[in-house]
Design a protein around this ligand. Structure first.
Ligand code: NDP
Length: 448
């Protein structure tokens, strides 16, 4: 693709800043990918094009809409809903929906941009998208959540479809919310199809979808640790978050013989000296999923310490941030390294600030970005789409085998493009491998 301007990291970052000066999270996500991809692109004839990056960093389509709903007390409320359809070079847009009061266009654009590269790494035919609303489900009744989901889908249904855009869950959107949205889509479109993933087991959901992100994260981590000549048994682990990704990461880590010392929520963290046991994890899951409780309440359930803040001052070999974006900063990274950290893999999307990630890489920590480490969720979503299209259901063993295989392939790609002397730069490897597939498809389709 010919272009008027010379391709440099500065020229593309300038463009991003000029287009949307206030979108800090999007700028951060773009810079984390482009810092590795642009030097690589410049070393080739095929990808050395400013025009290619001008398009790659601009969403194909953004839909913003009003979501009116009514509380149980009859009060009228209005939220803002979005769907960012970022890149469809590899397939229909695919990515989750987030319901959280912090949701804004910058956050959804960063997530959709990341998703484009993540989906590329899975090897499945999926484009990148993301959506959601600034709705806070915390403290809302079931009927209020259902009403909100139905109103949200009343607008969104016009813009999605099994061959166009297939949303899934994310923060604040679990299987209950997906069920309500699926029901509303079905009524409005008069079709029963795989338009959403993460559906209930009885109406098209894939086995192991709830577990997939956490399990996939640990499959990747196991490969990384083995590649480094280390072993998982008795390794100490810090997990942040106590939602879907954190819970299933903890479950698989315990199964692998690791010692998970912490879990958290947005208020504080629990510390279990000898490592969280299976029974203790079950209590955490019941507390968070059924009782909608706070992690601090664990002190009433089993022997643990509770502290306010984040868990990054605890000594451990592996850290798995699984809560939210920018939850681990440079100061935290320094403390972790001083305390003997060797590995960090992002279960959440962009939980490390750009300075934290750079510090970890510079200090020889094996750092895996979310687009590689947490790709297990979207992978099983892709497998759910396959099962829906074929109108069959695979057993859990089949899904688990496919998931393991996809995580292995992603690890291979990171190793191929990220080898850095004795070390592996997973951030560089994931960015370049993800980019090549998307760029090839865009160029072959006339740059669109
Ligand atoms: P959940 O809603 O199930 O859990 C989110 C967890 O993060 C909760 O423990 C929550 O605590 C905590 N949290 C939220 N906001 C903050 C904050 N500002 N500071 C500290 N903790 C916070 O979400 P998921 O587990 O599904 O998602 C977690 C992360 O993983 C997100 O970044 C998501 O994009 C990413 N991800 C999820 C996938 C999936 O399949 N679910 C797939 C790939 C990535 P609290 O209860 O206090 O809010």
């Amino acid at each position: 693709m010919k272009s008027e301007k010379e391709l440099t990291l500065e020229s593309v970052m300038d463009l991003i800043r000029k287009r949307d000066p206030h979108q800090e999270e999007f700028r951060q996500a773009a810079s984390e990918v482009l810092q590795w991809v642009i030097p690589f692109a410049k070393s080739t004839d095929k990808y050395n094009s400013y025009a290619l990056f001008e398009r790659l960093t601009e969403a194909e389509r953004i839909i913003q809409f009003r979501v009116p709903w009514v509380t149980d007390d009859g009060i009228s409320m209005t939220n803002r809903g979005y769907r960012v359809q970022f890149n469809s070079a590899l397939g229909p847009y695919k990515g989750g929906l987030r319901f959280h009061p912090d949701v804004n266009l910058s956050i959804l654009k960063f997530l959709a941009f990341e998703q484009t590269f993540k989906n590329s790494l899975t090897g499945l035919p999926l484009g990148g998208g993301k959506g959601g609303a600034d709705f806070n489900p915390k403290g809302r009744s079931n009927s209020e959540i259902m009403g909100f989901c139905q109103s949200f889908m009343t607008e969104l249904h016009r813009h999605i479809g099994p061959a166009t855009d297939i949303p899934a869950g994310d923060i604040g959107v679990g299987s209950a919310e997906i069920g309500y949205m699926f029901g509303q889509y079905k009524r409005l479109s008069n079709t029963f199809n795989g338009v959403l993933t993460g559906k209930g087991n009885s109406f098209g959901g894939s086995l192991l979808r709830p577990e997939a992100t956490g399990f996939g994260l640990l499959y990747f981590v196991e490969e990384m640790i083995n590649t480094a000549g280390d072993q998982t048994k008795d390794m100490t682990v810090l997990i942040s978050g106590s939602g879907n990704v954190a819970q299933h990461s903890c479950m698989k880590a315990i199964e692998m013989g690791m010692k998970v010392l912490t879990m958290s929520d947005s208020d504080g963290y629990i510390y279990v000296k000898g490592g969280i046991t299976e029974e203790q994890l079950e209590s955490v899951m019941e507390l968070k999923n059924e009782k909608k409780g706070r992690i601090s309440e664990c002190t009433d359930l089993f022997d643990c310490e509770y502290h306010e803040g984040t868990p990054w001052s605890v000594e451990a070999t592996l850290a798995l941030p699984c809560a939210t974006q920018n939850e681990l900063n440079e100061k935290d990274a320094k403390r972790l390294v001083d305390n003997g950290l060797k590995y960090l893999a992002e279960g959440a999307n962009m939980p490390c600030t750009d300075k934290a990630a750079a510090y970890l890489i510079e200090n020889g920590i094996r750092f895996v970005p979310g687009k590689a480490a947490n790709a297990g969720g979207v992978s099983v979503s892709g497998l759910e789409m396959t099962q829906n299209a074929m109108r069959i259901k695979w057993d859990a063993d089949r899904v688990d085998k496919e998931l393991r295989n996809i995580m292995h392939q992603i690890h291979e790609q990171c190793t191929t493009y990220g080898q850095d002397g004795e070390n592996i730069n997973y951030e560089k490897g994931a960015a370049i491998a993800g980019f090549i597939t998307v760029a090839d498809a865009m160029i072959a389709q006339g740059g669109v």
